[in-house]
Design a protein around this ligand. Sequence first.
Ligand code: SF4
Length: 442
Amino acid sequence: MHSTDDRRFLANETDDPLHEAFDRKMTVHAMPRGESISPEELPGLWADVISAEDGLQIRTIYIHIPFCEGHCVFCGFYENAYRSNLAKQYVKALVREMELTAGAPFINARPFHAVYFGGGTPTALGAESLTRLVSTVKNLFPLSNDCEITLEGRSYNFTKEKIEAALSAGINRLSLGVQTFDTGIRKSLGRREPREKVIETLTYLRDLGKAAAIIDLIYGLPGQSLEVWEDDIKTFLSLKLDGCDLYQLNVFRGGPLEKSVAKGSLPRPATLKEQADYYVRGVELMEAAHYRRLSITHWARISRERNLYNLFSRGRSECVPLGSGAGGWLTNYFFFVEGDLKDYLSAIEAGRKPLSFGVRRPQRDFLFRDISYQIELGYCDLEELSKRYDLDLLTFLKPIISQWEKIDLIKLTDGCFYLTRPGEFWAVNLAQILIDRLQKEQ
Ligand code: SF4
């Protein structure tokens, strides 16, 4: 018997856990949880943090480029339309922000292990801007010799001149959002290039061989049958790139995709049960091609692809946020840089770090991060975490863990549980439920 309290943390009793373990898929919280820091306190806390030689061993830098050349229908991350003059002004401000930040004792205390240019669409920037940003971060911040420096973006308008500029400046990993190779579906979602053009750019990057080349693919898109999904993965495999993320489509409430489907201008996306089948097929194809799994969603062909930034950001690491809309944990605080472009630019002009909000690290945050991180890697070592945090997690979580094991979401061995294939599909739910259960006890 489970206590009433535990019941809401259990999965559905079913013989088909892949399709029926939960009624809905939970998503990773977009914003960090914790007590808010008042706007008056923020500048002082930031100054205290970066003037101390403190912090964790693993450190990263996140640099946000909040522009896109078009709004893709499925996306919840669109911020500002790309305009050449505005982007140039932004790059100038970003360099100034780097100068204001670098040189501080916190920054110089230890090397950084990963730098990530994310967005938006960083590849929308011009060649000169790319060179300037990458060179500035390399010149001003102490980077480890094996630092992963990623440029995120898309193949559209990522010209040979821009590619050359980014690679010469020091980018050693390119992560391009392809989503699907199907020309018709791409068009319907606002992706401008046909299959052939995307393949041409990816082949060019692969043949240059100067940086790891990674792509994202999404399953469950409107109009994407299981056959189209299989073709997407087989096309990726035939290109012999270095790695790939296989993501599930996330339909944002009130977003353009939901509206287009409601209007009938796009076919419905895959149901959750269909997505589960797409997930399994994706894993089968990647395993049959002997790709190595770096996380539930991420695959590598060879060890050149490490996926460091994404893995570090889920675990115990510091992240220096730079650019409008960037955010990151530094010591016990999360800092979010002003997302309104106008406000960001005028604060930089005035020589201020433009922070718009922050939170304090909540109690047990490191335990929760360890749980999420391990589950993202396909396991959760409750015995080891119990020792690390002086808690008896195996006993405390036993009603939940036993039920999950009974319906084949996990296998428990020596105090550590491993996700089964259905468990992998529901990985975010499993992590979130354990965190919610432990939080309830605080
Ligand atoms: S998918 Fe990329 S390019 Fe398209 S709107 Fe989103 S962030 Fe911009």
